[in-house]
Design a protein around this ligand. Structure first.
Ligand code: ATP
Ligand code: MG
Length: 335
């Protein structure tokens, strides 16, 4: 029987996790874990599409697992693992490389943003990243994927692959997976530039608040966060014309579980110093317990490894059964 309520989502071990990862993705994983059967993975094979220090990588992989657990994901109820440990992802990705069209990949904005002017010199993996992402999702026949707004296009691409595969092989095997993009933090922007998303790979540490920042670092980063000389906006319409200001208000709203409109009303016409103080207190209050728990878990490598081994074993069972069916549909011999 095909799953009807299954989630797959991933986070790259490409740097320290930040508020965007938390508000756009991990916080939502926590609230969805009771309604869905969930597979949460550390997408290490995506991370190496750009160079990663081999000395650091396994530490960073464990750190993402620790962040999942520290944020409230139950490791007993959900399947937590790293992508590279389940080889069926890459096996399916190859088949999807043969289904996806060059024109589709050429339209991907994440590639354009990440490659910038250096398009000829980036890895082939960075270009074909979305076919592996489609395989991550469809190897579990996942029906839903909670992600930040930046991944919407890759989810559309995943549906295109599923649809083309189904058409090409006259089947209804793959589901047309739906994105779950919700909350006030679906696109947290850089603290230095309100037109750029907050990213692990941004060179400026002042562009993001990390889950492992100390209270002092949080104070400094919010103090230095770009704003403008005007008082806080009186309406959501005014706020949306000021990207940096809108961003800080929506971070506040997301952490407080209120709407951004509500946050705007609360601070309308007030001075930035007051708002930044309240925002700092709120970020510290919400982030500190997670950060402390991450450090604690990182001191228990055996525990983290046992979670990942257990997760990998469960994931492989599911992935292998799907891959066997896919090989059969395509006419390849049983893997
Ligand atoms: P990188 O810069 O290496 O791509 P990243 O910060 O974009 O790292 P990912 O691991 O690629 O992080 O993304 C993990 C999850 O976090 C995805 O669901 C993604 O949509 C979400 N996410 C990433 N950045 C933001 C952001 N600024 N706001 C909201 N969600 C985000
Ligand atoms: Mg990303």
């Amino acid at each position: 029987m095909k799953p009807s309520n299954r989630i797959l989502s991933g986070v790259q071990p490409s740097g320290d996790l930040h508020l965007g990862n938390y508000l756009g993705a991990i916080k939502n994983f926590v609230s969805l874990q009771h309604e869905y059967e969930c597979f949460f993975c550390v997408v290490d094979l995506h991370a190496i599409t750009v160079w990663q220090d081999p000395q650091q990588l396994s530490h960073k992989i464990r750190e993402v697992i620790a962040a999942f657990i520290a944020s409230g994901i139950d490791p007993k109820k959900n399947i937590l693992f790293s992508q590279s440990q389940v080889p069926q992802h890459t096996q399916l990705a190859w088949i999807f490389n043969c289904v996806a069209r060059m024109g589709w990949l050429n339209r991907m904005t994440q590639f354009k943003d990440k490659a910038g002017k250096d398009k000829e010199n980036v890895s082939v993996g960075l270009f074909s990243y979305p076919t592996l992402m489609a395989a991550d999702i469809l190897i579990y026949l996942a029906t839903h994927v909670p992600v930040g707004e930046d991944q919407k296009q890759h989810l559309e691409f995943t549906r295109d692959i599923a649809q083309k595969f189904n058409n090409d092989f006259n089947t209804d095997f793959f589901p047309l997976t739906k994105p779950l993009i919700f909350g006030e933090g679906t696109r947290v922007m850089s603290l230095r530039d309100g037109t750029k998303k907050m990213s692990k790979s941004d060179i400026s540490e002042y562009s993001r608040i990390m889950l492992n920042d100390s209270p002092d670092e949080i104070v400094q980063k919010i103090k230095k966060a770009k704003t403008d000389p005007l008082p806080l906006p009186a309406s959501i319409k005014d706020a949306s014309k000021r990207p940096e200001v809108y961003n800080l208000l929506s971070i506040f709203a997301a952490l407080k579980d209120i709407s951004t409109e509500n946050a705007v009303q609360q601070y309308a016409g007030k001075d930035f110093a007051l708002f930044k103080q309240d925002l700092t207190d709120l970020v510290v209050e919400k982030i500190q317990p997670i950060s402390k728990e991450i450090s604690k878990l990182m001191n228990d490598q055996l525990y983290l490894d046992s979670i990942m081994i257990d997760g990998k074993n469960k994931a492989i069972v599911e992935a292998d059964s799907v891959l066997t069916k896919v090989y059969d549909i395509v006419g390849l011999q049983k893997p």
